[in-house]
Design a protein around this ligand. Sequence first.
Ligand code: CMX
Ligand code: CO
Length: 141
Amino acid sequence: MLTRIDHVGIAVASLAEAIPRYEEAFGLKVVHQEDNDRQGVREAMLLVHSGEAGNSYVQLLEPLREDSPVGKFLAKRGPGIHHIAYGVADIDSALAALTTTGFDLVNSTPVHGTAGSRIAFVHPKGLGGVLTELVEAAEGH
Ligand code: CMX
Ligand code: CO
């Protein structure tokens, strides 16, 4: 079902501070930035690897609001790894399979993700405390 690690989502207080640190540490480059109002985040995607199965990124996430998932996470736990995201070829069938096997989905149908992708989150409680995102990339990404 999973085709790659699409990204690791990292909660930060300030993109302006975090981006240069990641660029400096690993020579990564920001290839995409956007605000996702529904998710309550301003995000920067830093490309780690391009492969046959698609791209892998570090996703730096700054909250747009205190009462958003990343805003609450930062207030409770401070900066750190917020979620892991796996690539899937067909997110609708991936979600159907997870529902059949009894996983608790945050999104039972896909919502809008980075760069026109379709995404859905699976609740951390069934996955060892790890918030997990599935990503079906848009054509050409
Ligand atoms: N990873 C692991 N556990 C997490 C978590 C995270 N990122 N965020 C919250 N939790 C845990 C909390 O520790 C808490 O556990 P306990 O009950 O054991 O204390 C529990 O979940 C509830 O925490 P909460 O602060 O009350 O959070 P909510 O229940 O309001 O929300 C969740 C939790 C997962 C449903 C919410 O964060 C969510 O909907 N996430 C999906 C959307 C998202 O994260 N968007 C931002 C990223 C966008 C992107 O990647 O594009
Ligand atoms: Co993400």
